[in-house]
Design a protein around this ligand. Structure first.
Ligand SMILES: [Fe+2]
Ligand SMILES: [Fe+2]
Length: 167
């Protein structure tokens, strides 16, 4: 469904859609930025392309490190292949940056943008979505357990209903 836009048009060619929402707000915010930065790269004329590609590299390194840190901090089971995919994207970005620095024409570098647009939805569905659900469960599952211990220590005779806990 993604059109191959290779013109110098400034119209949004990679627009955000709420279909990308995964339910973990910090990740959704980062993904909005991903779409904005890739869209800006897609709309870049030849003179602006290298600069916007560098902006994408900065975004991608921060984005991928954020997800890696979440996975490491919570011992996420599928961390290795997720990190591998991120690293493959960064490797491609670095290669294209090196080509541009060596004088390769921008027209020959624009295929990277199409590859990013093609890559993102699948990566979001298969790798980021399980991580988003995992992070939400970590948050929702962690806090009530701590509260419940306190309640049980002081109100041991209370009913077994531990669903509605005072804040
Ligand atoms: Fe992501
Ligand atoms: Fe990811």
């Amino acid at each position: 469904m993604h059109t191959k836009v290779r013109t110098m048009s400034s119209t949004a060619a990679f627009p955000w859609t709420d279909a990308y929402l995964l339910g973990y707000t910090p990740m959704d915010n980062t993904h909005r930025e991903f779409v904005e930065v890739v869209d800006a790269l897609m709309g870049a004329d030849n003179a602006a392309f290298a600069q916007r590609l560098e902006a994408f590299r900065v975004h991608a390194e921060t984005h991928f490190e954020q997800e890696r840190a979440w996975m490491a901090a919570t011992t996420f089971p599928a961390m290795a292949c997720h990190v591998d995919e991120h690293n493959a994207v960064l490797k491609s970005v670095h290669e294209v940056q090196a080509q541009l620095a060596a004088g390769v024409a921008v027209a020959n570098a624009r295929g990277l943008v199409d590859a990013l647009v093609d890559w993102f939805p699948g990566h979001a569905d298969y790798m980021d979505a399980p991580l988003a659900q995992w992070m939400v469960r970590q948050r929702m599952g962690g806090t009530p357990i701590v509260l419940k211990r306190g309640i049980l220590n002081t109100e041991a005779e209370q009913s077994t209903n531990d669903a509605a806990l005072p804040g």
